[in-house]
Design a protein around this ligand. Structure first.
Ligand SMILES: [Zn+2]
Length: 163
């Protein structure tokens, strides 16, 4: 049983062309008995590929396998790539913004932290600050609100002109 209190972000330490199927093979080899209710061996709840494709691999209520000590109180999100050597893709960041926004609706104001907050490793990548994905989400939310405001103002101005 898993009761999420935090969203923990990881990088796969892989190439950008690796996919959720690769992670599934890697985890199946290590933990053959840990098949999820959704049919994956992936220990995370979500995988975000380089093109922004998001796959849910484990239900939120299932015990997860991604962060020692947190596997019954967290949601794990893994980005394909290696953020010790390069940045996430813009598609990964916008996919994250939507996913984290959805999770925050289900678990109001659930925080997000990198794997390294709980373990002596660089995960989610030494190039990214601890609050990288928190700030990315806030930026996306702000841009979204500004776009809605601009659309509203444009509509109001157009209506005035038509009178
Ligand atoms: Zn990790």
């Amino acid at each position: 049983m898993n009761q999420p209190t935090v969203v923990i972000t990881h990088h796969a330490v892989s190439n950008f062309n690796h996919t959720v199927e690769d992670v599934d093979q890697w985890h199946k080899a290590r933990w053959p008995e840990c098949k999820s209710e959704l049919g994956y061996w992936v220990g995370y709840n979500y995988v975000i590929e380089a093109d922004g494709k998001v796959t849910q691999t484990r239900k939120h209520t299932e015990e997860v396998a991604h962060t020692i000590g947190m596997n019954n109180k967290s949601i794990g999100v893994c980005f394909m790539g290696n953020f010790d050597t390069h940045q996430p893709t813009p598609n990964q960041i916008s996919a994250w913004g939507k996913l984290y926004g959805d999770l925050r609706k289900q678990y109001p104001d659930i925080p997000t932290l990198p794997h390294r907050a709980y373990a002596n490793k660089s995960c989610h990548g030494s190039l990214l600050a601890n609050d990288f994905f928190q700030i990315a989400y806030q930026r996306i939310t702000l841009i979204d609100r500004l776009n809605k405001l601009i659309a509203l103002l444009t509509r109001l101005l157009t209506q005035r002109r038509m009178k």
